[in-house]
Design a protein around this ligand. Structure first.
Ligand code: MN
Ligand code: MN
Length: 466
């Protein structure tokens, strides 16, 4: 063999290169990837808020034989259970035959809340012939992106008598939609000269809800009264009921194929349903796994994971304690030997904005699920940083199961950064690493992912818990 040919062989053996999932896939595999995306897109359209994601996930779980668990219930090997945490977060688990103290629990934790516009508690007013609702945005948004697009109203109102009313307006084609006004370019000289971040302020994100005055000469605020009487007739609610309500505006778009080849999916709320869905499907598919597996669908990630439905809540430890004690095991030992994939999205490298990425360490679209050893900002601040040993363990598992995956940081050092729920789980002495799907235009009203990466994340989750 000539030295020249030897070099090619050595290069293949010694150097690292990312693989494109579509390039590596057979025609059958591409069909499987596209078929899987159909189920995911249905999930997206049925789960635009954390409450809807909980309800829809429970309906899926029930179809796989999962039944409801209450804290304190006895648990047995073979059980398939879900725990509904106040209707806003969900934990699903199946108990495997492996010794829980030796094997621990295989945990996949994702979140089901997404950036959106929440209504204020006293939201309704009218001005200059238009009715409006005041909002306070939820999570990190670029405010200018939320103007001049169709919006849908989702949520609950709890009436004076305690009855809870579900509201969804704007998803059915026959429904009206809602809207945020923006300035015409002809008069936007001053606005256009402002920085993107300040051109639209939080207090201008007011929702346009109507324009028909109530037919009575005697009353004031006639347009507001028309809106209130509509809500009263349809849902039996009054203006005071907004005080005990959680109502959000989300984009009224459906999930759609993007591109001539349909290789990509455009939708609201990929972050983080694009990890929640693979977490669920892998749990259902790993029916006969010997591991005990737990999927967490958490709320409040976009605002810091606080509160009883967020990942910082004690409920994860409570549940692990309950499962362990019920099986006669020491929960501290179980946690020590548990392993977790913190399943959340990552930024996909975007050739339109190369300045903020360091390409060698960025997620490339369609190159598979992304494992991030660490996240954080300004010198890895706020990361749990998975150990080399644990990354090695997961890497071996993926390689053995033919999962095409890649590694990445969010962007350039000092360009910004972000965090996930990983640290809150690792704080409980559970080995945790971040894994998820690369997203284009993350946190925009319409985000884009590759079907290949969604499927790869399903395969990765399955390899982890099967
Ligand atoms: Mn996320
Ligand atoms: Mn996010």
């Amino acid at each position: 063999m000539s030295e020249k040919n030897m070099g090619k062989e050595m290069l293949e053996k010694l150097s690292y290169k990312k693989k494109n999932v579509y390039e590596e896939a057979s025609a059958e595999k591409i069909k499987a990837i596209y078929d899987y995306a159909d189920g995911y897109m249905k999930y997206l359209d049925n789960a635009k808020t954390e409450r809807e994601a909980v309800d829809y996930s429970i309906s899926l779980a029930k179809s796989y034989g999962y039944t409801e668990y209450h804290l304190g219930d006895k648990v047995c090997v073979g059980d398939k259970k879900y725990y509904n945490n106040h209707g806003k977060a969900l934990m699903l688990f199946k108990v495997g035959e492996n010794d829980l103290e030796k094997d621990g629990i295989r945990i996949i934790a994702s979140h089901i809340d997404s950036p959106r516009l929440d209504l204020k508690q006293v939201p309704m007013y009218e001005d200059s012939g238009m009715g409006f609702l005041k909002t306070h945005y939820y999570g990190g948004i670029k405010k200018y992106q939320w103007t001049a697009i169709p919006l849908a109203l989702h949520g609950v109102m709890v009436k004076k008598d305690g009855e809870s009313v579900n509201i969804v307006i704007g998803e059915d084609d026959k429904d009206p939609v809602f809207y945020i006004n923006d300035l015409l370019p002809h008069l936007a000289a001053k606005q256009s000269a402002e920085a993107l971040g300040t051109a639209i302020s939080g207090e201008t994100l007011n929702i346009l809800i109507g324009g028909l005055p109530y037919n009575d000469e005697e009353v004031s605020d006639k347009i507001k009264l028309t809106a209130l009487s509509y809500l009263y007739e349809k849902y039996g609610v009054t203006e005071e009921d907004f005080l005990s309500a959680e109502l959000s505006l989300v984009p009224a778009f459906k999930a759609r194929n993007v591109g001539f080849d349909g290789a990509l999916i455009g939708a609201y709320g990929h972050d983080d349903r694009v990890c929640s869905y693979p977490a669920l499907t892998s749990l259902f598919e790993a029916e006969n796994s010997k591991h005990t597996a737990l999927v967490v669908l958490a709320d409040k990630e976009e605002v810091g994971s606080m509160g009883l439905s967020g990942m910082q809540s004690d409920v994860l430890v409570d549940l692990i304690d309950e499962i362990s004690l019920s099986l006669g095991k020491n929960p501290r030992v179980v946690r020590r030997n548990s392993k977790c994939l913190s399943a959340d999205v990552n930024a996909a490298y975007d050739p339109n904005f190369p300045d903020v990425y360091e390409k060698r360490n960025s997620a490339l679209i369609s190159c598979g699920t992304v494992m991030s050893k660490y996240t954080g900002a300004r010198g890895k601040s706020g990361t749990s940083d998975a150990s080399a040993e644990f990354v090695g363990f997961v890497r071996k598992l993926f390689d053995e199961n033919g999962v095409i995956w890649q590694t990445a940081e969010l962007g350039k050092v000092d360009a910004g950064g972000g965090g996930t729920v990983a640290m809150y789980i690792a704080n409980h002495n559970i080995e945790t690493v971040d894994l998820g799907v690369p997203v284009i235009s993350m946190h925009a009203p319409y985000e884009v992912v590759s079907k290949a990466d969604v499927y790869s994340t399903h395969e990765a989750c399955l390899a982890f818990i099967k």
